[in-house]
Design a protein around this ligand. Structure first.
Ligand SMILES: [Zn+2]
Length: 392
């Protein structure tokens, strides 16, 4: 049983591609390749960025959910919606792709608990508290990191603009910061939302959140958490990865960390190699930036335009297994799984070209001496355990 907890192909579907078609070369995912890769359950990300703010986010999330429902209805022999552990097992038995949904970005509930309930009813089974943008009630890794840099700069007497994607907003005390309010982490509304998620049976996803939000959330949850698509900070110090204390906290909580396949979260030298590649195409990049494209759109555009150069930037597949080993050694085999982020990333390790390549991971695990029982847990058993626990 193979369960992948994060896939962003819905972005391309909303742009007009059909998941029934062979989309090789255009996307990482389509129905045929899910089958080929032996994927049993795919959690599709219902994602939006900060452009879908109040008045827009909830609608946009529902449009993506509508689209997924119509895909499943068009393919009753090949797919089914999964909202309960019982349905998950049924999908596996019937050899259909079980379709699950995770909301990537708490801003889409627009500070409204009724919207949260409504999304749960429609089948959303985890919510990533923040995407890169903070909400009014939880701060993101991107913003918490930007804020720390800003504080350092101010204390060094340097008020120049910080780099990165974060936008500085005036906070109530007048000191500008990346999230427009004093103090990081969950505020009262944030705590209410996390508690409501636990009551409903919606997994609390701690990918993308800042360290303070992580701490505040894990302190009050009553169920195991999910980290749907992140890696190990000690091996690759990126703000999206988990530090050792966070990994240990997930172990204590009984949760599961699902590894992201993104080269930039696995390999600490990837960003440097990518920067060198981009430098070779500086003019083209400047024109894309002038069009105000978000950086991830630019990355994906460049990867598709220069597949040969992108190929040479990819780290070996063994690096993904190194991240997995690290977590297993620290907190045990019950707390790790796969959250590929396919179709949300411009580069994955060598050989992992698309969703058809999941068997290579099984092969790699066998080669590293994991036994059948352990491999079953990693590939999906661990997720099923926290999914069941979330519903109690
Ligand atoms: Zn993400």
């Amino acid at each position: 049983m193979v369960i992948d907890t994060h896939n962003d192909v819905m972005i391309s579907i909303l742009e007009g591609l059909k998941i029934e078609d062979d989309l090789t070369g255009k996307t990482h995912s389509d129905i045929g390749r899910f089958k080929k890769g032996g994927v049993d359950i795919q959690i599709f990300s219902i994602w939006s960025d900060e452009r879908y703010e109040k008045g827009k986010g909830f609608n946009y999330a529902n449009r993506q959910i509508d689209s997924l429902y119509s895909i499943v209805m068009r393919n009753p022999g090949k797919m089914m919606m999964v909202k309960t552990p019982g349905e998950l097992k049924l999908a596996v038995q019937q050899k259909k792709l079980g379709v699950m949904m995770g909301l990537e970005g708490g801003h889409m509930i627009e500070d409204n608990l009724q919207y949260l309930d409504s999304l749960y009813k429609r089948g959303v089974r985890y919510m990533t508290l923040t995407w890169n943008n903070s909400t009014s009630w939880a701060t993101s890794a991107a913003d918490e990191t930007a804020n720390k840099l800003l504080k350092q700069k101010i204390s060094n007497g340097n008020n120049s603009q910080i780099s990165g994607d974060s936008v500085l907003v005036a906070s109530p005390t007048g000191v500008p910061n990346a999230f427009g309010r004093e103090g990081a982490g969950l505020n009262e509304l944030g705590k209410q939302i996390v508690r409501r998620m636990n009551e409903l049976g919606m997994l609390v996803d701690l990918s993308h959140v800042g360290e303070q939000t992580f701490l505040d959330a894990i302190a009050i949850v009553t169920k195991p958490v999910i980290v749907s698509h992140s890696c190990v900070y000690s091996l690759c110090p990126h703000r999206r990865n988990l530090k050792d204390d966070q990994i240990k906290a997930v172990g204590k909580n009984g949760g599961v960390i699902h590894l992201n396949f993104y080269s930039g979260f696995l390999d600490s030298n990837y960003e440097r190699r990518k920067a060198a590649f981009f430098l070779n195409h500086a003019k083209e990049l400047d024109s894309l930036k002038a069009l105000k494209w978000p950086s991830f759109d630019i990355d994906i555009w460049m990867s598709k335009k220069y597949p040969g150069e992108m190929q040479s930037l990819r780290p070996p597949l063994s690096l993904l297994l190194d991240h997995l080993d690290y977590i297993v050694k620290m907190i045990g085999v019950d707390h790790v799984g796969l959250g590929s982020d396919f179709d949300g990333i411009e580069s994955a390790p060598q050989e992992l070209d698309d969703v058809a390549d999941f068997p290579l991971i099984t092969k790699g695990l066998l080669k590293r001496g994991y036994n059948k029982k352990e491999i079953k847990k990693i590939l999906g058993g661990n997720f099923l355990r926290i999914f069941k626990a979330s519903q109690l």
